[in-house]
Design a protein around this ligand. Structure first.
Ligand code: SAH
Length: 345
C-alpha cells in the first residue's frame, strides 16, 4: 500500500482522510497543527492515542527535507540552503532578513523544463515536481534552523511553479491555513515565466497572492531568444492574461526584467517596455543579470541601468532596481546546486 504524505494534504483533505479511518474532525485538526509546527514523527503527537499513532505510522508519512549544506552571508545574514529530499534529489532555498520580517525563497520543482537561456536551474532539465508537502517542509526547516518565523514567501527558487500547478495551488491553500503556518496571501509571491492558461486558471481561483511575471524583454523577438516559452505564447497574450488576473484579484503585478548587457538593456527597449505596460497596475523590478558560469551573459553597466530606469519613470511606470542580497555568497539561481552535483560525482 502506498503511504499518504500528510504534509501534502489541505486541512479539508486531512479531515476526509481521518474520517475515512473512523476518526473525528477535531483529531484531524490536532494532527494538522502538529504537522505545521514542524513535528515530523507520529510518536511526538502526544495527544493522540498510541493506537492511532501506530495506525498512522502504517498508512502515512510526513515529507521532510534535510540540510545538505548552507552558506550564510557575512554582509546581511542572507542564508542559502541546499536541501536533500528523501529520494536523494537536491534543491535550493534562501532566507533573507528584512526589517519587516524574514522572506523565504523556495523551490517548486527539482530542476526546470522551461529552458530560459540565462538561468542555471534549467541546465540539467526537469527531474521531477515537488509535492505540496515538500514546499511546506522547506519553510519548516528554515524556521527551525533560523530560529525565527518566516513571514513572507516567494516562489522563486528552482522550477516553474505553474508547471506544477496542482501541488503549488494546494501548497497555497495549506500555507495560508490558520491552523498551519498561517501566512497571508498578500505575503506570498508566485513568479512565473508566463504560462498563459495557468495564469488565467490561477486568476479564477481568486487566491489573492502577488503575481510576478518574468518578462525580461519588451518584444517577442528578444524574448524568444531568451525564453523558449515565448515561442508558445506571445507577449500580447501574456499581457492580456495579466489584465485578466488584475480583473479577478486587483493585486498589482510585478514584472521582473533581468538586464543583460547589449541584449535587452537599450533605451529603445525601455521605451517599448513602457508602451507595453502602460495602463496596467504594475511595478517593474530591474535585476542586473547574475552571470552564470555556463552562459556568456554579462550584467548591464551601471549607467545603462540608470537610463533604463529613467525612461520607465518618465512614462509613469513604477520601477525599482533590485537590491542585491548576500552578494558574498552570490550564486545565481541554481548555481549552488549545479556545483554541488558536480562535486558529488
Ligand atoms: N520559473 C519562475 C520562478 C523561478 S526564477 C520564473 O521564471 O519566474 C526566479 C526569477 O529569477 C525569475 O524572474 C528568473 O527569470 C530570474 N533569473 C533566473 N536566472 C537569473 C539570472 N542568472 N540572473 C537574474 N535573474 C535570473
Amino acid at each position: 500500500m502506498l503511504k499518504v504524505d500528510l504534509l501534502s494534504l489541505t486541512k479539508e483533505e486531512l479531515i476526509k482522510f481521518m474520517e475515512d479511518l473512523g476518526e473525528k474532525k477535531f483529531r484531524a485538526i490536532q494532527i494538522f497543527q502538529w504537522l505545521h509546527k514542524g513535528i515530523n514523527s507520529f510518536d511526538e503527537m502526544t495527544n493522540l492515542s498510541k493506537n492511532l499513532r501506530q495506525k498512522l505510522e502504517e498508512m502515512a508519512y510526513i515529507s521532510q527535507v534535510r540540510i545538505e549544506n548552507k552558506l550564510v552571508s557575512k554582509l546581511d545574514g542572507t542564508t542559502k540552503y541546499l536541501f536533500l529530499l528523501e529520494d536523494g534529489h537536491i534543491i535550493e532555498g534562501v532566507v533573507m532578513s528584512y526589517k519587516h520580517g524574514n522572506t523565504a525563497c523556495i523551490s517548486s520543482q527539482v530542476g526546470c523544463a522551461m529552458g530560459c537561456s540565462f538561468c542555471a536551474s534549467t541546465i540539467k532539465g526537469l527531474e521531477r515536481n515537488l509535492k505540496a508537502g515538500e514546499l511546506i517542509a522547506q519553510i519548516l526547516m528554515m524556521e527551525k534552523d533560523f530560529g525565527a518565523r518566516i513571514s513572507n514567501i516567494v516562489l522563486m527558487g528552482s522550477g516553474e511553479p505553474l508547471h506544477n500547478y496542482k501541488e503549488v495551488t494546494n501548497f497555497l491553500r495549506i500555507v495560508n491555513d490558520e491552523d498551519g503556518l498561517n501566512i497571508g496571501n498578500r505575503h506570498i509571491t508566485l513568479s512565473t515565466c508566463g504560462l498563459v492558461p495557468e495564469i488565467k486558471d490561477l486568476a479564477d481561483l481568486r487566491i489573492p497572492i502577488n503575481l510576478a511575471i518574468s518578462l525580461h524583454a519588451p518584444n517577442d523577438e528578444i524574448r524568444k531568444r531568451l525564453m523558449p516559452i515565448a515561442k508558445r505564447y506571445t507577449i500580447d497574450e501574456l499581457i492580456e492574461s495579466c489584465h485578466y488576473y488584475l480583473q479577478k484579484n486587483n493585486r498589482r503585478i510585478t514584472f521582473e526584467y533581468a538586464l543583460i548587457r547589449g541584449v535587452n538593456d537599450g533605451e529603445e527597449e525601455a521605451y517599448q517596455l513602457s508602451k507595453l505596460l502602460k495602463g496596467l497596475l504594475c511595478h517593474v523590478n530591474l535585476i542586473p543579470v547574475n552571470p552564470v558560469d555556463e552562459r556568456e551573459y554579462r550584467k548591464s553597466q551601471q549607467h545603462q541601468v540608470k537610463i533604463f530606469e529613467s525612461v520607465l519613470k518618465k512614462y509613469g511606470i513604477e520601477v525599482t532596481v533590485r537590491r542585491e542580497m548576500g552578494a558574498d555568497i552570490n550564486a545565481a539561481c541554481g548555481q549552488l546546486r549545479n556545483k554541488h552535483l558536480e562535486s558529488r560525482k
